[in-house]
Design a protein around this ligand. Structure first.
Ligand code: A3P
Length: 295
C-alpha cells in the first residue's frame, strides 16, 4: 500500500498496490443509496463501520456478529491481485457487487482519488478524522502487525516517514484537509475520533440525524454497548482476528490496541514532540480544522 513517486502527474497520489486494480476502482459504479465511510488509516474506521452496521441492522447484535467486518463493510480499494493474496479477504469490488443495497463502503482514499460515481450518484459520506499524533502511533504498531506493510523501522524513522507523507495513503495533512474542504460540496458528515471518545451517544445521534433515521433509545444503548472498545476487542467479527495470521499478526500488536486519545504522550520524546509540532503548524497553516490532542 505504498504510494509511488515515479508518476510525474500524480506524484505520491496513486497507490502503488493498485497498479493492476486501479482502473476498476476508478470506474467503480456507486449506487445512490451507498454510504461511504472515509478515513485516513488508524482513525477509527472499524469503530465507525461497526456503529453504522449496527444502525443498518437496527441494533441486532446477532446479525452484526455473523460475519467479519471486512465482509460486512467492504473495502473499496482492496485488491486481490496486488499485495493481498486471492481469497482472503475477497477483493472489495467483487464483494461490493454481490452486496445488496443499501451498502456500506469503506475507503481510505484521499478525496481527490475518490471514484467520480460517488459524487454523480449523490452518495452520503461520513468521514472520521483523528489527531495526527495518535494516528502515527497507532499506524506504527499497525505497520508491525499488518504484513502488507514493510518493516516500519524505529519510531523516529516512522515519524519522519509520516511527516513526509511516505506511508500508505500518503500525507495525513492533505487527507484530513482535503476532505474538510469538500464538506460543503458533498453530503458529507465530518466526525472526529476524539468527539466519539468523549460523547459517543451525541455522535451516534449526529449520525442518525444525518442518515434521517430514527431508532429507539434502547437501540441506541445497544449500539453503544456493542461498539464500546471493550466489546469490540473481544468480538472476533470486529477485531480482525478472523483474518489469516499471515496478513495480521495479533501477537505483535492487537488490532484493537488501546483505543484511547493521547497515547502519543507515552511514545514521543520532548524533542520529537517539538519537531512534530513545528512541522504540524506549517502543514496545517491557514486551515480552520482543529484537533484535540487528548480527551
Ligand atoms: P489504537 O491503535 O490507538 O488503539 P482503524 O480502524 O481506522 O484502523 O483504527 C484503529 C484504531 O481505532 C486503533 O487505535 C483501535 O484500537 C481504535 N478503535 C477501534 N475500535 C475502537 C472503539 N470501539 N473505541 C475506541 N477506539 C477504537
Amino acid at each position: 500500500l505504498q504510494f509511488t513517486d515515479d508518476d510525474p502527474e500524480h506524484a505520491e497520489d496513486i497507490p502503488k498496490y493498485a497498479e493492476d486494480g486501479w482502473p476498476q476502482v476508478e470506474a467503480f459504479q456507486a449506487r445512490h443509496d451507498d454510504l461511504l465511510i472515509a478515513t485516513y488509516p488508524k482513525s477509527g474506521t472499524t469503530w465507525l463501520s461497526e456503529i453504522l452496521d449496527m444502525i443498518y441492522h437496527d441494533g441486532d447484535v446477532e446479525k452484526c456478529r455473523r460475519d467479519a467486518i471486512f465482509n460486512r463493510v467492504p473495502f473499496l480499494e482492496m485488491n486481490s491481485r496486488g499485495h493481498i493474496p486471492l481469497s482472503s479477504p475477497p477483493a472489495g469490488i467483487e464483494l461490493l457487487e454481490k452486496t445488496p443495497s443499501p451498502r456500506l463502503v469503506k475507503t481510505h482514499l484521499p478525496v481527490q482519488l475518490l471514484p467520480a460515481s460517488f459524487q454523480e450518484k449523490g452518495c452520503k459520506v461520513i468521514y472520521m478524522a483523528r489527531n495526527a499524533k495518535d494516528v502515527v502511533i497507532s499506524y506504527y504498531y499497525f505497520y508491525q502487525m499488518a504484513k502488507i506493510h514493510p518493516d516500519p523501522g524505529t519510531l523516529a524513522e516512522f515519524l519522519e516517514a509520516f511527516m513526509n507523507g511516505k506511508v500508505a495513503y500518503g500525507s495525513w495533512y492533505e487527507h484530513v484537509r482535503g476532505w474538510w474542504e469538500k464538506r460543503q460540496e458533498k453530503q458529507l458528515l465530518y466526525l472526529f475520533y476524539e468527539d466519539m471518545k468523549k460523547d459517543p451517544q451525541r455522535e451516534v445521534q449526529k449520525i442518525l440525524q444525518f442518515l434521517g433515521k430514527e431508532v429507539s433509545e434502547e437501540t441506541v444503548a445497544r449500539i453503544l454497548h456493542h461498539t464500546s472498545f471493550q466489546e469490540m476487542k473481544k468480538n472476533p467479527a470486529a477485531n480482525y482476528e478472523t483474518m489469516p495470521s499471515s496478513l495480521m499478526d495479533h501477537s505483535l500488536s492487537p488490532f484493537m490496541r488501546k483505543g484511547i486519545s493521547g497515547d502519543w504522550k507515552n511514545h514521543f520524546t520532548v524533542a520529537q514532540n517539538e519537531r512534530f509540532d513545528r512541522h504540524y503548524q506549517q502543514h496545517m497553516a491557514g486551515s480552520d480544522l482543529c484537533f484535540q490532542m487528548e480527551v
